[in-house]
Design a protein around this ligand. Sequence first.
Ligand SMILES: NC(=O)c1ccc[n+]([C@@H]2O[C@H](COP(=O)([O-])OP(=O)(O)OC[C@H]3O[C@@H](n4cnc5c(N)ncnc54)[C@H](O)[C@@H]3O)[C@@H](O)[C@H]2O)c1
Length: 332
Amino acid sequence: MKTNRTNASAASKIKIGFIGCGAVAELHYQGLMACPDAALAGIYDSDPGLMKRRSGEWNVAAFESLGALLNDEAIKAVFVLTPVDSHYTNAMAALNAGKHVLVEKPVAGALHEIKEMAALAEAKGLQCMPAHNYIYSPDMYRLRKNIKEGCFGRIPVSWFMYHIHHNEELCARYPGIVRQIGTHLLYTHRYLFGEPASMTAHTTRFLYPHLDRDDQMMLTLMMPDGSMSNLFASFAVTDQSTNPWSFVVKVLGTRGSTQLSWQDVVLNRALGTLSCSYGRYEETYEHEIRYFINECILGGTPPLSTLWDALKVLEMVIRAEEDARAKRRAFI
Ligand SMILES: NC(=O)c1ccc[n+]([C@@H]2O[C@H](COP(=O)([O-])OP(=O)(O)OC[C@H]3O[C@@H](n4cnc5c(N)ncnc54)[C@H](O)[C@@H]3O)[C@@H](O)[C@H]2O)c1
């Protein structure tokens, strides 16, 4: 009787396949394990050694090719967890195979790729959700609600700050700080405040002696009502001061202020890419996956941040990179 119940509930879970099982996959695995309505059914990674190791650690089937994973009819959805340059190919193959897709950020390297992914998902009646995990925390949902309800009055200024050191080796895996972290800050800002009217951008390569990639960025967004938002990210330094700004969103209004931070739960263990664990960050994966499974796949509703938001964000990232390169500023 017990066995039958377990089998029935296991059978009714949405079966997930991972494409890519590197660092971020560890966080998705932890998040997925906390979701009662879904189960990991298979993995594929182009590195056979890593795939074998994960298959043992996670007690899950390893597929010999992407095609083999996508041909498995039991798998209803895939998470694309590979580097950005293969997101488009992997997501398009999965959509063509009839799978719902959760695709890591940045969703793609080029604007036309995101448009094609959106068109194919719509034509197939499938979900293709950007893994914009920062906005799926309950704290972020409440903050958005409070802003929309006018709890803080008029909001002249907001701050989105990220200071977590990434060494050159880690950073070499990523396409630069504007795409890697600016993307997070931009979709989060968009979720909370909507469309900005204008932007200025600065980037620097402060720390890296060899890697030809910027390690700090500052974007200032001007909103249509004249309010300003400052988006700053650094891979050069970790904030070790009192009340560190590891990741902080600060909203300052005429009738009140608030701050949302990852700093309230910090654990001395490494999971995924970071050398210590921020509890609030790790939780975003569970909330994101629950939303994808329950609201998007089972409920048929769009994600909180869609491919069209990802497109707008990538447009801003490209503009920011161009403007920063052109050094459009007053030199003193
Ligand atoms: N949402 C977040 O907070 C967050 C954090 C870290 C990374 N990411 C994103 O996750 C993605 C992966 O980053 P990561 O740090 O896990 O990188 P990683 O290098 O640790 O892992 C990527 C894995 O993909 C595999 N791979 C590469 N190309 C492949 C292909 N074509 N098919 C199958 N497997 C392939 C590699 O062998 C590797 O194991 C990136 O897009 C990154 O921006 C997101």
